[in-house]
Ligand binder design. Structure first.
Ligand code: ATP
Ligand code: MG
Length: 361
């Protein structure tokens, strides 16, 4: 019998020499390689030495019965996968159930038919081989998947680094533009032109700040709005006022994050409204309070409010007809956010000052 013809390595465990002989004869005649053992304990040793492909196991044996042998095999990961077929003279259902509970895959009663034994052995061997094959495929695919996952992770990391670099460069370029404007500001003498330069520099700074905030965040997608509004407002107050004590800044901002597409319009709106308050609400260096609120309402909308306790909007102002662009820009930016823009009455009992409100989803 050559190796290639061998159909499988079978261990027969039976304390009856006649049974052992008979089973071995049937199996070897059908090209199986056979080992025999007449006790449970020896069988376990023999299995450990070389794992068989399948075990035919008698139940009633002195010292250690077949159930116990099977249980021990199933409890050991190195032998748990070997299919065990019980061959026993016990014909009652209870014994059969016990066999399956111990981990057997099949149960044949004595006296047995050679064809039945062969059919069952072949079926369980091919099932066991199929199972191994499937496990190998799963293992291979899992390894492949792991490799692909690693590659994706690395690519993602690289993308993040690039994105960070881009935000950094955009911010640097904007900072440079802001510096060029600063240089020109020093040469402008006309007060109106000077104001235009300062406003433009402030708008550029606002956008630069968004990019700066982005490359400092972990996910590069979301900006913490609280920190952003604070930094923006502080910087505006610094560039539009001469005395540090003239304006008090109050903020009430929920801890939320916005992505780039929303943070930029939001930042530009705040830039226009806060700079307006700084430029127009407190003439002759009068002291005042600017309040910025950012909250979510019951309809899950974000509500941005900017208010001041200054002189209030001029009586007959028509935003559409002014030459200025600030208050024309705010409704445009609001619609970029799919939001609504409203000018509300002044705050407090005296209804002094101005309040702007933007609600966006
Ligand atoms: N918070 C405010 N308090 C008082 N008046 C304001 C306030 N905000 C705006 N205004 C008035 O509304 C006008 C229009 O504002 P708008 O922002 O459009 O123009 P601007 O600030 O003069 O110029 P810019 O185009 O640079 O913004 C201002 O000129 C000012 O008279
Ligand atoms: Mg303005």
């Amino acid at each position: 019998m050559t190796e290639s013809h061998i159909q499988g390595d079978i261990l027969i465990v039976d304390d009856s020499p006649e049974n052992l002989k008979l089973l071995a004869k049937i199996l070897t005649a059908n090209n199986f390689q056979v080992r025999g053992s007449n006790s449970g304990r020896y069988a376990l040793k023999s299995i450990k030495k070389k794992l068989p492909d399948l075990i035919l196991l008698d139940i009633n044996m002195p010292e250690m019965n077949g159930y116990e042998v099977c249980r021990q095999l199933k409890n050991d990961p190195s032998t748990a996968d070997i299919p065990v077929i019980f061959i026993s003279g016990l014909k009652d259902n209870e014994s059969k159930i016990k066999g399956f509970e111990a981990g057997g895959v099949d149960y044949v009663t004595k006296p047995f038919q050679a064809q039945e034994i062969l059919a069952r052995v072949r079926t369980h061997l091919s099932m066991s081989r199929m199972k191994h094959h499937l496990e190998e495929i799963v293992q291979e695919r899992t390894a492949e998947l792991q490799e692909v996952t690693e590659q994706i992770k690395a690519a993602l990391k690289e993308k993040e680094v690039l994105l960070k670099e881009i935000h950094h460069r955009v911010k640097n370029n904007m900072a440079m533009m802001s510096s060029f404007l600063q240089l020109q500001i020093q040469q402008v003498t006309d007060p109106e032109a000077l104001q235009r330069f300062i406003d433009t520099r402030s708008r550029i700074y606002t956008m630069a700040l968004v990019h700066e905030k982005l490359y400092h965040t972990e996910d590069l997608k979301n900006i913490n709005i609280k920190e952003f509004i604070h930094d923006l407002a502080e910087s505006l107050i610094f560039s539009y006022t001469t005395s540090p004590h003239q304006i008090t800044l109050n903020t009430d901002i929920t801890d939320v994050s916005l992505n780039l597409d929303r943070a930029i319009p939001c930042g530009l709106i705040i830039n226009e409204l806060v700079s307006n308050a700084l430029k127009h609400a407190f003439p002759k260096n009068r002291k005042g309070i600017i309040t910025i609120g950012f909250a979510t309402d019951s309809e899950e909308k974000y509500i941005l409010t900017v208010s001041d306790d200054g002189v209030g909007l001029p009586e007959q102002i028509n935003i559409q007809e002014t030459d200025s662009i600030g208050l024309k820009l705010v409704p445009l930016l609001s619609s970029q956010l799919d939001g609504e823009f409203a000018i509300e009455e002044g705050q407090g009992a005296s209804k002094k000052g101005t309040t702007f409100k933007i609600a966006f989803p």
